[in-house]
Design a protein around this ligand. Structure first.
Ligand code: KQY
Length: 367
């Protein structure tokens, strides 16, 4: 059984490794709710399956699935992908899964954050979210990893770490009144450092335009490795994304990381703007209390929302005009890793992308 610990990762000598560090595997969850995924989630399931197959060529993948979808999911995925029945409310493993931490001896533990579906009853995306909130604990049981239950609402997509003491996040999300209204910026920072085993928090302002997560950092900027940040970028000053990305760039240029390094910032072209099509909006079963999908609404598309697997980077194909440039920039940034594009429009239509649907498990021993 997995024990629940009363201390914190920092106090016990644990830290969250950077995503570029070696993994033991990756967790995902199978989409099915028809009020978020069009056509009863059939197209999204194909996209999730393609992501899982791309990752499993680099590291073991586990797919969480409902009993109702078990047989379909099991027969869709390769036998080498582990499929386990585990109840969730939707399929955003980055946000509902545990954040794994590791100590210098290679021992692992997990942080189980509180989850309120990206804003609870004040702008949250669905109700209820109780199964999602229990998912991290169940995963830690399966992984036989002890658990810290963190005292704040936080989704994994709202933080990125470099594994060497630096945390990247956004004010739009973590200071939003619909997450932890009783806590100040300083209190939230202190909890981040304690539960991620880090030393410095760098605050960006807002996330990608129209991001329904209230601006998760994993859609606008991420660490490629310590000292190197990838940032979604458009030079079009008429696009509201320009001012958001410009502000992020200026903040990154004005600070140093926990080790005193200045950042190299690599700009990834923003795809689109990509809008929801008539047929796409029409395929979603609208339900009271769930975010509506309207034709013509702008989607929060970004190439930053990729997953770093052990020997490959799996990134979203979103816009033929920019996919090749994004792939070339990622290839230059990740020497030694193969760059694999996966058609991701169906994931984007549900409100996120490849990073949002994956959660890495670090390797047990430092690699
Ligand atoms: O981007 C994410 N990390 C999650 C998006 C959730 C969207 C729910 N409809």
């Amino acid at each position: 059984m997995s024990a629940t610990l009363n201390s914190t990762p920092a106090a016990d000598g644990f830290r969250m490794p950077g995503e570029h560090e070696p993994h033991a595997g990756c967790w995902m969850a199978w989409p099915e709710r028809p009020d978020n995924w069009r056509l009863s989630a059939k197209p999204a399931q194909a996209a999730f399956a393609a992501v899982a197959e791309a990752i499993q060529l680099s590291e073991p993948v586990t797919m969480a699935v409902s009993d109702a979808q078990y047989e379909h999911c099991r027969s869709t995925l390769s036998p080498s992908i582990r499929v386990v029945e585990l109840s969730t409310n939707d399929a955003w493993m980055r946000d509902i899964g545990p954040t794994f931490v590791r100590d210098n001896q290679g021992r692992r533990r997990g942080v189980d954050w509180r989850f309120n579906a990206w804003g609870g009853l004040h702008g949250g995306l669905y109700f209820p979210w109780d199964r999602d909130d229990r998912a991290a604990q169940k995963i830690l049981e399966i992984e036989r990893v002890d658990r810290y239950r963190a005292p704040i609402v936080l989704e994994g997509g709202s933080i990125h770490v470099d594994g060497e003491g630096t945390v990247l996040t956004t004010e739009e999300c973590l200071l939003n009144a619909n997450r932890n209204p009783e806590l100040s910026r300083e209190q939230i920072e202190a909890i981040l450092l304690d539960y991620l085993g880090a030393e410095k928090v760098i605050w960006l302002g807002r996330g990608v335009c129209n991001d329904e997560t209230d601006g998760h950092v994993d859609n606008i900027a991420c660490f490629a490795r310590p000292g190197v940040v990838l940032l979604t970028w458009t030079a079009d000053e008429g696009d509201p994304q320009h001012a958001i990305s410009r502000d992020a760039l200026e903040r990154l240029e004005a600070v140093t990381d926990a080790r005193g390094r200045s950042f190299e910032v690599i700009r990834l072209p923003a795809p689109g703007p990509i809008l929801i099509g008539e047929d796409e909006a029409g395929g979603v079963n609208s339900m009271p209390g769930t975010l509506a999908r309207n034709a013509g609404d702008r989607l929060a598309a970004s190439y930053v929302n990729f997953y770093i697997a052990n020997n490959r980077v799996v990134f979203p194909l979103l816009d033929e005009r920019h996919d090749g440039e994004a792939a070339d920039l990622l290839a230059a940034c990740f020497p030694g890793r193969e760059i694999i594009g996966v058609g991701a429009r169906e994931i984007l239509l549900g409100g996120g992308n490849i990073h949002c649907i994956t959660q890495q498990v670090p390797a047990a021993a430092a690699g």
